[in-house]
Every structure is written in structure tokens, then in C-alpha cells.
Design a binder for this molecule. Sequence first.
Ligand code: UT7
Length: 321
Amino acid sequence: MSIRIMGTGSALPGRRVENREIVELVDTSDEWIRERTGIGSRHVSTGETVVALAADACGQALADAGRQAEEVELLLVATCSPEDVAPCMACQVQSRIGAGNAVAFDLNAACAGFLFALHTAWAYVEAGIYRNALIAGSEVLSKLVDWEDRGTCILFGDGAGAVYVEKCETGGILSFVQHADGSRGAVLAGGSRPLENPWAGQRDFQKFLRMDGREVFAFALRQVPLNVEEALGKAHLTVGDVELFVLHQANRRIIEGISKRLGADISLFPMNLDQVGNTSSAAIPLLLDQLNRKGKLRRGMRLVLSGFGAGLTCGACVMEW
Ligand code: UT7
């Protein structure tokens, strides 16, 4: 028994910010950003929320699958940029789309969050607890980004992607691996609030995301190929069996490096970061939805999904579409 993706959806804020607009904020250039990251533009919220974007993407995923919101049994939102601590984003999405019969909660594993949520849904279904799930990755990272830090503000974008999955007897998701290394948390950290209570003294806090880009880059290049090989091994498959690698969209050079290390042609690695940048937990489902809508995914096709991010976290999944 496993789960199969039956429908996909995605949503982007209306405002698209080009590299040349970032050049007005920090000491960088369109050429540098394109050459070093592959990013040309990103969408930035001017009011769209994590909940609104996720709800839009979820509605589309349900429509694509031909299912009604009341049928959903589990609703997960992966995000590291929630508007509120309570109620969680998933409960707010549930209310918006009318998925009143679902159990709903959030999950934060940063850019690997969508994969971790997919794995969670798979485990619930395998355990016989639920028969289907609606899973969104949704981020408005623009509120956590320091728009004066050229090391981060060039990279991130806002958006959401969602998938609706159902229990299946054959095919679907074939294997999963996931890992976390909290000892390396400082490599990509921040977005915290000051401790404010009558007894606490003044404490340091990191309002904005800070990143050691080179460290994250090296981590991704080393870890993603290992995760992919591990997941393929669990599914008794090899790199040569994979028809498409849908990777976290962090940096074109990272994806090119991974394709070399795996010995798989770069044409098997679709990318959209030129248009949307790094949308963290939304990146994989957003790209999946774009591929699905372009007719690039056919039933039975073998895909590998793999992501990595703050934590540090990483994971991979092998599936038959
Ligand atoms: O979703 C997971 C989260 N994050 C990531 O996946 C990010 C992974 N890392 C990266 O994508 C890359 O490390 C960056 C794009 C962040 C940086 O690219 P890099 O090729 O690793 O640059 P670098 O940090 O090694 O810096 C090279 C030079 C430095 O100047 P010096 O010291 O050589 O004079 C930087 O100060 O480039 C400079 N630099 C920039 N120059 C123009 C750094 N950022 C910029 C910039 N524009 N935006």
C-alpha cells in the first residue's frame, strides 16, 4: 500500500520583482544573480498571506483530482513563515476551503518541509489512519528576509504549491528517506522574536534570516546525491531508472552539480527558479504543479523528489507518478 498524487495546484503573489529592482536595494547586479544562482525574478507578497496562497493551491489540487474539500481526511501545511502561531496555518486553510472533516496541522522543516509533510501523510495512510491527504508548502519569506543583505535577499521568493494524495495499492510513492542535523542549525537561521516578559532581561535575537551560503551550497551538493541514491536503493532502482528529478529550487549551480554527481543528464532536472527564485517548502510542489499543467508528467513515470534546507534537513522520495 502507498499513496499517489492525484492532483496538484500552486499560487504566486501578483507582484513579480525583477533582479534589476533588487539592484536598487543592495550592491549586486542582474548578471551576478543570474550567473551565480540562475534566478531572474521572484514573486513577493504585497498582501497575499501564507494561508491565502496555500488555500488557493489546495483548491486547485482538489479540483485537479476531482475531489471535494469535505472528503479530505488530513490537511498538512509545511511552512517556516507562518503569519500566526495560533491557529496554525493548516486550520486556517481548512476553514477557508471548507475541509471540515480533515485533521489539520502545520509542519516546519524549512525547505525540506513539503517532503517531510508528504512522508508524514504517507505514514498515516500506511498505518491505516487516513485514506487521503491534502499537503501544501506555502511561504511568505519576504517578511523574514533582510532586504539589505545581498547574500539572502536575491534568493528567496514567495508562493505555494499543493498536492492531493490518495491511498493506492500499487505504484505511487515507492520509498522515502529523511535526515536532520540540528548541530548545524546556525548555518541558516533566524526569523526570531525578542523574549518579552516581565522577568526576562534583554536577549539577543535574530530578526532576519542569516545564511552561510557556501556551507549550505556544499551541504546540498554532498547530501542530495547521497539521499537520492539511498532512496533509489530502498526502491531497488538506480539513477538510470529515473525519468525526472524534481529537486528543491535553491540555485541552478547546485542542481547542475547534483546532476553531474549522479551522472544523470541535466535535461532530466526541470527548473523554474529563473521565474520564482527559492520558495522554500513551496518549491517542489510548485514545480510539480507547473510540470503537471504543462502535461510533462504521465502516469507510471518514475520521479525522484529531493530537498534540503535549514535545520539542516534533507530528504528524498521515489515515486511512480
Ligand atoms: O533553500 C536552501 C537555502 N539556501 C541555499 O540553498 C543557498 C545555497 N548557497 C548559494 O546559493 C550560494 O552560496 C549564494 C548564491 C548564496 C552565494 O553564491 P556563492 O557563489 O557561494 O558566493 P560566495 O558566498 O562564495 O561569495 C563570492 C563573492 C564574495 O565576494 P568576495 O569575498 O569574493 O570579494 C561575496 O561577497 O560574491 C560576493 N557576493 C555577491 N556579489 C554580488 C555575495 N553575494 C553577492 C551578490 N551580488 N548578491
